[in-house]
Ligand binder design. Structure first.
Ligand SMILES: *Cc1c(COP(=O)(O)O)cnc(C)c1O
Length: 434
């Protein structure tokens, strides 16, 4: 028989004592009391079963805490806009605007007059100012919503004329033709996968045409015997031309010469341009609609527009992104390879005596889900043995690289320079070879 003094189960710390531990108390703020208490109870039970000592309960409870979701990860994949990692990382001003917008705001109120005001006017004014060729602008939830709104308001019960080479799948099994037809518009497909001429469009355009749609192939390339029709030629057909440029470039970027931008597309004659906010623009998830005042007004007034309305957080982050377009996305796209190499070498040199078998190697980064397929960006990576991939991915913070021929490459193009130290610490937290 054990007596009360020596029975280790009697020495298991009490719940209120454990919850007052600074680490666990801090976790309550992020995770809520119930989830922290569950971790504490689980650790106490382990001690009562004799699996751990009473002295280890605190650490066991802290280790059993669930990670707050979503988890911030370091993107060392070399993919600038990685859909699975949430596409664009917001700029500091956009993050600050998000936080400011979290409370009550003047999103739909003019404080000077006390009257109702145009919702999100700061973001809309900034978008209009960034693309002077757009007579009017509107913002919805994402690029797909922008297309659905255009198709519903301008072509429901009518036809959308579109090239067979532009009926794309945007990802996760979602296909533009299905999306467009879900609105009650009929697709009038013209041309072939690889070649479509202006005569193909002209033959299909008629009294039932709602608009001609031009979709930028933002996630694939067709090469070889190909031809497609420019917006400039489509604009001569006498029906509205809607151009889905996808990427959200508002003005040309010399680095991405094949990527259409909103301003140029409107000047070429498009009546309406649709694009995403969280691709090359580097902002929050949003769908941008820019173009002729009469068309934009029809979209804005359509009942469906209310269901696709963006929230105040998105509007705040979008406005800040437009005011300060030097986003992490732009930084990553335009990073100087020489500077990336120097950072990789410094990282390798600071990994300690054995250096973790790290090497500095050239790498090729890509734009990713956001556009510019085929564009290769010269980059540099820290190369580690492949066995580092899983522990780095599940570490705190998770570091995501890519495995190439038995090595894990940590490409620094999309890692902010100030995060290099976190990458070093994460690598050193993985147990060494022996
Ligand atoms: C990304 C993309 C879409 C979908 O936009 P979301 O913002 O992801 O809804 C539609 N069309 C094109 C051409 C795209 O590149």
């Amino acid at each position: 028989m054990r007596d009360g003094q020596t029975d280790p189960r009697r020495r298991v710390p009490r719940t209120d004592v454990l919850l007052a531990d600074p680490r666990l108390a801090a976790a309550i703020t992020a995770l809520g009391r119930d989830r922290v208490k569950a971790a504490v109870t689980a650790a106490q039970d382990r001690a009562r079963r004799g699996e751990i000592s009473p002295e280890a309960v605190r650490d066991a409870a802290a280790a059993a805490l669930p990670a707050p979701a979503p988890r911030t990860v370091l993107n060392a994949t070399g993919v600038v806009l990685h859909t699975n990692l949430g596409r664009a990382a917001l700029s500091r001003p956009a993050v600050a605007a998000l936080i400011a917008a979290a409370g009550h705001t003047d999103v739909e109120l003019d404080l000077a007059t006390g009257r109702r005001a145009r919702r999100g006017r700061d973001a809309l004014d900034a978008l209009a100012a960034a693309v002077p060729d757009a007579a009017a602008v509107h913002v919805v939830n994402n690029g797909a919503a922008a297309l659905v709104l255009a198709a519903t308001a301008l072509a429901a019960g009518r036809e959308i004329v579109v090239s067979r080479g532009e009926l794309v799948e945007i990802g996760d099994g979602f296909r533009l033709p299905d999306l467009l037809e879900s609105t009650g518009a009929r697709l009038r497909e013209v041309g072939t996968t690889n070649r479509t001429s202006v005569a193909d469009y002209a033959a299909a355009v008629g009294p039932r045409t709602g608009f001609v749609l031009k979709v930028h192939p933002s996630n694939f390339r067709v090469t070889g015997f190909t031809s497609a029709v420019d917006v400039r030629d489509l604009a001569t057909l006498g029906v509205p031309v809607v151009a889905d440029i996808g990427s959200g470039l508002l003005t040309p970027d010399p680095l991405l010469p094949d990527e259409p931008d909103a301003g140029t597309t409107l000047r070429a004659g498009a009546h309406l341009v649709t694009a995403s906010g969280d691709k090359l623009l580097g902002g929050p998830q949003a769908g941008l609609l820019l173009g002729a005042a009469e068309l934009v007004e029809r979209l804005r007034r359509h009942p469906l527009a209310r269901a696709l309305r963006v929230d105040k957080l998105t509007l705040a982050a979008l406005a800040a992104t437009l005011h300060r377009p030097d986003t992490p996305t732009r930084d990553a796209l335009h990073a100087d390879p020489t500077a990336l190499q120097a950072r990789a070498e410094r990282l390798r040199d600071r990994l300690g005596a054995d250096g973790r078998k790290a090497e500095v190697v050239p790498s090729v980064a890509v734009v990713g889900g956001g556009g510019a397929p085929g564009v290769e960006l010269d980059s540099w990576a820290l190369s580690l043995p492949e066995r580092y991939a899983a522990p780095l991915r599940t570490g705190r913070p998770p570091v995501l690289g890519r495995v190439v021929q038995g090595r894990l490459l940590l490409d620094l193009r999309c890692v902010p320079a100030e995060a290099d130290e976190a990458v070093r610490a994460a690598v050193l937290a993985v147990p060494g070879d022996d």
